[in-house]
Design a protein around this ligand. Structure first.
Ligand SMILES: Cc1cc2nc3c(=O)[nH]c(=O)nc-3n(C[C@H](O)[C@H](O)[C@H](O)COP(=O)(O)OP(=O)(O)OC[C@H]3O[C@@H](n4cnc5c(N)ncnc54)[C@H](O)[C@@H]3O)c2cc1C
Length: 437
């Protein structure tokens, strides 16, 4: 945009160039790249930045090249049906009549094929690699460095079938530049000498890295303020005023804003925000849980993924966090004891001697999920000044850094360094009627 100020000019207080709605990892990375491009940015966050309502608060923080496979894969519908019958399984859909959920499931089912899964993997792994490069640079030194750890990660499997399937995925991962390899005899013990495993086999990704949340978010927000980004916590966007194809005014619980551009980066709540503007987003909240305990003496030193059980473990200094479960039960944040027990039971299956320690926190959060697993990043038709950055699903921490750069490039008119087509906001169809307010 030719009307942008030079890089270090002061942004105007209530008329920012760009207003970002949502102060989770995605909104903050949009703000970071926009500000670096010299744009005046204001971020609205309904709660405190890094607060527990945000999905970016209590996750396991895995970044790096691991986990780039979309949720929609061949075989998932059949496996999903088996899991539905088990109250402790890692996946659950609350049966209900909900047109949006049914449409989402229809698109999800359609994406569960070899071709789409491979294409999705390629897109996601590329975004993750670019994100890792950004994080490495950003966290190399300074205030963010203590919250980024890159010392590799282990993927463990406790069944021959699970391990064989994982081994079969290695060549494709390697072909995409992911340094994944099968661990030989004794290597797991050498990597994790304190922890006793009961597993069939394990893989290792030396690029495994993680962010310590929510501390990273809090420190990142402080850094952004230092760069001139205005952050308004406890400020909720509650309505919009539009004129033709432009969003003219954003009403909030703390006054109105008249930005030139708006980015909806409100995680799973982006669907509700966009609906107010008549834009339909194909998003479902996928609830997950984490349990944070005081770190036992025999805790793993690196992040660890328990393959079949779909549980992640991450060491956080004097704490250890377990995360897992994907529940499509709408916006219900209730913590199901049975699902949490399912996570803990999975941990005990792979790590039977892990010392039981005091639970510090049990948390649930909503992953903003698209049916094909690819985030929605780009302009939202029919508006000329509205972008969406959401739908980062189960790997938003690992996608947000490069996704935010794409948003900045779209808004400033700079040529994007990745193809924006796979992220197109309207790709699932879905205009809705605009609600007033
Ligand atoms: C158990 C679990 C484990 C996970 N582990 C990992 C992992 O290891 N690696 C990984 O990459 N990802 C992981 N994820 C996924 C990751 O947490 C999400 O993809 C990511 O946090 C999404 O970020 P976001 O900024 O889009 O959404 P959020 O973090 O939810 O942020 C959206 C923000 O918008 C605010 N907001 C909403 N509406 C409004 C409004 N109207 N006005 C103002 N503000 C508003 C909300 O308060 C919120 O803070 C995990 C998720 C879960 C649940």
């Amino acid at each position: 945009m030719s009307t942008m100020p030079p890089p270090h000019a002061e942004p105007t207080r209530h008329d920012p160039d760009v207003l970002v709605i949502g102060g989770g990892i995605v909104g903050l990375f949009c703000a970071y790249h926009l500000r670096r491009a010299g744009v005046g940015v204001t971020v609205l966050e309904r709660g405190p930045v890094g607060g527990p309502m945000s999905c970016s608060y209590g996750n396991t923080g895995f970044v790096g090249t691991q986990g780039s496979t979309p949720l929609a894969e061949p075989g998932v519908p059949a496996q999903g049906l088996r899991w539905l019958l088990n109250p402790e399984s890692p996946f659950y859909i609350r049966p209900r009549w909900d047109g949006e959920l049914l449409r989402w499931l229809w698109h999800f089912r359609r994406a569960c094929n070899e071709h789409d899964a491979r294409a999705g993997f390629g897109v996601l792994v590329d975004l993750k690699k670019r994100s890792l490069d950004i994080l490495r640079e950003l966290c190399a030194a300074g205030d963010l460095a203590p919250f980024f750890t890159a010392q590799g990660m282990v993927l463990a499997y406790n069944t021959p079938q699970g391990f064989d399937k994982a081994c079969r995925s290695v060549p494709e991962a390697v072909a995409h530049g992911v340094p994944l390899r099968v661990l030989g005899p004794g290597e797991l013990d050498a990597l994790e000498p304190d922890t006793e495993f009961d597993v069939h086999g394990a893989l290792y990704n030396e690029e495994g890295a993680y962010l310590r949340v929510p501390d990273f978010l809090v420190a990142f927000a402080r850094m952004l303020e230092g760069m001139g980004v205005e952050i308004h916590p406890h400020t909720e966007a509650v309505g919009f005023e539009v004129a033709g194809r432009e969003v003219r005014r954003v009403r909030t619980t703390r006054g109105d804003f008249h930005p030139r551009e708006v980015v909806v980066a409100a995680g799973t709540w982006s669907a509700e925000c966009a609906r107010r503007l008549g834009v339909g987003l194909m998003l479902q909240p996928a609830k997950g849980y984490s349990v944070t305990v005081k770190a036992p003496r025999d805790a793993p030193r690196r992040p660890l993924l328990l393959g079949e059980g779909k549980v992640a473990l991450v060491p956080l200094g004097d704490r250890l966090r377990f995360g897992g479960t994907l529940e499509l039960s709408g916006m219900d944040a209730t913590i199901s004891r049975r699902r949490v027990d399912g996570i803990l039971r999975t941990v005990r299956t792979y790590l039977p001697r892990l010392e039981t320690t005091e639970t510090v926190e049990t948390w649930s959060g909503f992953r903003p999920c698209t049916p094909d697993g690819i985030p929605l990043i780009g302009r939202a038709e029919p508006y000329r000044n509205l972008c969406v950055a959401s739908g980062h699903g189960h790997i938003g921490m690992g996608l947000a850094p490069a996704g935010g750069k794409l948003i900045a490039q779209i808004i400033t008119g700079e040529r994007p360094d990745i193809d924006p087509a796979p992220f197109r906001v309207g790709r699932h169809g879905g205009r809705t009627r605009r609600r007033t307010g």
